[in-house]
Design a protein around this ligand. Sequence first.
Ligand code: NDP
Length: 294
Amino acid sequence: MTAKIIDGKIIAAELRGRVADEVARVKREHQLVPGLAVVLVGNDPASEVYVRSKHTQTQAAGMASFEHKLPADVSQSDLLALVARLNRDPAVHGILVQLPLPKGLNTEAVINAIDPAKDVDGLHPNNAGRLAGGFEALSPCTPLGCIILTKSVHASLEGMNAIVIGRSNLVGRPLVQLLLNENATVTIAHSRSRDLPGLVKRADLVYAAVGKPEMVRGDWLKPGATVIDVGINRIPKDDGKTRLVGDVAYQEALAVAGAITPVPGGVGQMTVACLLVNTLRAACAITGLPKPAV
Ligand code: NDP
């Protein structure tokens, strides 16, 4: 048996297309142009690549994209002043401060300063709390993407056993809440969990968000399980370059799983597409329009 490969590229492109259609509709019917502001502090090369990709995809969806680049030695108060300005700006419906911030800046204070209605990364405690309470919320983009990828295989997740490996605020914890909203039965595992292979063996749905290359082995999996690999790990190659691998031993898992996301070309593709979804939803909510059809 070889697992079905869940193609994040195709699913993300389809989602971006639906966002673009809805953006065109709200422009036409309500003269609303959703706007996303991205704040990049310093010049971390990986962050610069992510920010460029967000900018390109935001514009391609027909939204306004505002980029703010600040030097790595910007003061906390100047960064907070920019966030306050974006909070007040009516052309901005989504604010994303690219993480990680350079040392010396207080990430928690910056996240807390973002207007929760514009918090398209879903990291503000108001949104995290609302999500945990089962209320309508802006949810973090990567977990949203994981759910969409899973639903490309299973129309309903009701009653399925899911395991989420990793409990970060960015991925693991919100993913657990989204799975609960889908009526899955969820186990959350982390570095102190005992017998991880045994826990994984019981799961119909496996989410690996650890940051450890190929940690989840093929023989841990229940035959036929759906595997969503969130991990992005850079492994050095002999020629001095690097290659990307996930948190799951992909070749081994292919022989056991029912469906699996590749790395690259899986979850990573979905994160920016879901950021566009969140920006559109935020724009509609802020301006009093009904929730968009995406
Ligand atoms: P964090 O480092 O914040 O969290 C890692 C989690 O893994 C922690 O909860 C940690 O447990 C757990 N963990 C560490 N070692 C083990 C172990 N041996 N067994 C079980 N659990 C373990 O990472 P993130 O959640 O931010 O990211 C996870 C991965 O996902 C990374 O590879 C990252 O690059 C990738 N990522 C990909 C995105 C995408 O768009 N595809 C977006 C965001 C992240 P504990 O809490 O006990 O320390």
